[in-house]
Ligand binder design. Structure first.
Ligand SMILES: Nc1ncnc2c1ncn2[C@@H]1O[C@H](COP(=O)(O)OP(=O)(O)OP(=O)(O)O)[C@@H](O)[C@H]1O
Ligand SMILES: [Mg+2]
Length: 374
């Protein structure tokens, strides 16, 4: 089907949006809804005769009205708390409810983020050569880069700016350069009062990969970004502004970009121990039969990402619930679904392959060998 890749991208954004919405992360949810809307609109434009267009339009309407509602709520609470400040669409006013412990594994990434921000904030005098301002997290899809960003914002006491690079580059086409400088000037303002400011740029590859087909100011936006990054390292002004970029396509970044991120850290697929912890986390609220051995499941799911494991557990639960509804006799029936058994997991596993292929992994490893910097 034409456009199926775009459709699944839109679905993915919508899913993330709804999840964030449920967690109460309004600004993040708005960004993701907007991305979904944008892609669906694009689909309708490219394939005007598609049968699914009426459905897309319905989704677009639903997401747009949710965005408006969320924006109203955000500006209302903004008005109450800090009416003197100008509204800024990039600032995360509410902290997402994700803790360090919710991010399984990724010790080196957590440590790098913590050390590079906390040490210089505490004792700038110990860093006569300055300190790294840019941290790049790269790795296969679904392994916790975005999740880690959410945890950073709630664990490190800083003003947190979240931007989806693709939205900066496309939604305000032609104004992307202005958006980049607005973002950095807002962060400079925020960092003035002894609290660090963290700018998280998700899917940062979309800032450089569009440059081949410049439509309206993408190259200027990219150059503006490089200039802003350089101005952070001004030796006289020891600003505590940190830029964390995340990407699953590091090979699309050019050298000028790579150089600005002095720390480059791979966020890898979970190892067997991390997979066991994820199985534990994602089956916490579920009833497991005695034959379900999470350690064994972890061992048989080599190559699966964190998000694969999450989806797997969800699918197993769904299977049992579906079965339950099929047998339910009337509304007063108060029976509960049966426990999950090992064979439920095995059945679902048979029909779900890892979303990251060995070839992709090979590419990440090669890029890491060339460019990693801890
Ligand atoms: N390390 C992890 N610990 C716990 N859950 C994880 C982890 N990695 C992934 N997950 C689960 O998978 C979901 C998707 O992860 P996330 O969005 O952070 O991936 P990502 O690395 O940003 O992927 P992409 O490159 O596609 O943006 C999370 O919301 C979480 O449910
Ligand atoms: Mg992500």
């Amino acid at each position: 089907m034409p456009g199926s890749e775009l459709e699944s991208m839109a679905a993915n954004y919508a899913r993330q949006a709804m999840k964030l919405d449920k967690q109460g992360s309004r600004s993040l949810a708005v960004i993701k809804y907007q991305r979904a809307i944008e892609i669906l609109l694009k689909l309708c434009q490219i394939y005007p005769d598609q049968q699914s267009n009426p459905t897309y339009l319905k989704h677009i309407e639903a997401y747009s009205s949710r965005v408006r509602a969320l924006q109203r709520q955000t500006s209302d609470s903004g008005k109450q708390e800090k009416s003197e400040k100008e509204p800024n669409e990039f600032i995360l006013t509410e902290k997402p409810d994700v803790q360090w412990e919710d991010v399984v594994g990724l010790e080196s990434a957590k440590k790098a983020v913590e050390e590079s921000i906390i040490f210089p904030v505490k004792r700038a005098d110990l860093f006569p050569l300055g300190w790294p301002r840019g941290i790049l997290l790269f790795g296969p899809s679904g392994c916790g880069k975005t999740l880690l960003a959410a945890a950073v914002s709630s664990q490190i006491d800083a003003t947190f700016f979240y931007v989806d690079a693709a939205s900066i580059m496309s939604k305000w086409l032609g104004e992307s350069e202005k958006n980049v400088s607005k973002l950095f000037s807002a962060s400079r303002k925020a960092a003035d009062n002894s609290k660090p400011a963290i700018i998280f740029i998700d899917e940062i590859d979309s800032m450089t990969s569009v440059q081949k087909e410049e439509v309206g100011g993408e190259i200027r936006a990219r150059n503006q970004f490089l200039r802003e990054m350089d101005s952070l390292v001004d030796k006289k002004k020891r600003l505590h502004i940190y830029v964390i970029g995340a990407t699953n396509k590091p090979w699309n970044l050019d050298e000028a970009f790579i150089r600005r991120f002095q720390k480059r850290i791979m966020v890898p697929l979970p190892d067997s121990e991390a997979r066991r912890e994820m199985f534990e986390m994602y089956t916490r609220g579920l009833e497991l039969g005695e034959d379900v051995d999470l350690k064994e499941l972890a061992e048989t799911t080599e190559g699966y990402s964190g998000s694969d494991i999450h989806d797997l557990c969800q699918a197993v639960q769904m299977k049992v619930v579906r079965e339950f509804f099929e047998t339910i006799e009337n509304e007063d029936d108060t029976r509960k679904p049966r426990m999950l058994s090992l064979s439920d997991f095995q059945n679902v596993l048979e029909n779900r392959k890892p979303s990251v292929t060995p070839y992709m992994l090979y590419n990440f490893q090669r890029w890491a060998d060339e460019f990693k910097a801890h």
